[in-house]
Design a binder for this molecule. Sequence first.
Ligand SMILES: [Zn+2]
Length: 290
Amino acid sequence: MSRIGIIGGSGLYKMEGIKMVKQVSVDTPFGKPSDELTIGKLEGKEVVFLPRHSMGHRISPSKINYRANIYAMKKLGVERVISVTACGSLKKEIKPLDFVVVNQFVDRTNQAREMTFFDNSIVAHISFAHPVCEELSSLLFRTGYGLGKKFKFKIHKGGTYINMEGPAFSTLAESNLYRRWGMDVIGMTNMSEAKLAREAEICYSTLAAVTDFDCWHPQHETITIDMVIRNLQRNIENAKRILGSAIKNLSLDRTCSCKDALKYAIITDRKLIPAKIKKDLGIIIGKYVK
Ligand SMILES: [Zn+2]
């Protein structure tokens, strides 16, 4: 069983195209995921959909149970996760309604959110120099590039996503600082997911939809929440097009290195790993720890 996970961000709370839908409630050793997960078929492939902030958008970025969300995906047989996420742009050439297939992250959270499965009696250091799945990301870009010509949107290959804490947006000084650092887009959620997905040996890619310029841009003052929401809706329509087409063309066999991310990462003496941890993390570490 190899399924494709979709995590929907702001504006994407359900995927209408999914057929033979089943809603499942999943328990994990880390608590409950953001919402029930939807299992069904999209373009002939098995997919699992989860709204990151829950239906009705009730969970703030700081309070999302990222571990439960990724663990639930793993438990349901997901091997690849495509994240759709709204973001602000920090560069003038990345405009509202554009997409960015993110390839790097910088962490500016307050580190309070749980971003690892390995913080209790077992230690693992995954390689995270290249935090997204190259194979999946390049498929998303190629697909978006083709569709962008037809539906009049632009997609950027690669870009650095600075993960701020939120929920308030940046100050002007922060926004200008991130620009000087060379950051491309800003959001509040995706880095935590990328780390956990890598630990769980799940391929992860971010399709970032630009809703607006962050506050550094002179145009920012004249933007109303209405305009942002209208942009978000157009973004989501295009994101669904990209998702459908990418999933249709996705081969089920993985040739990337994500599937072996833990192979040399677990450093703890196997004899000292408690039975409860082996059981709780079994679906993630079972290949390496008996
Ligand atoms: Zn991969």
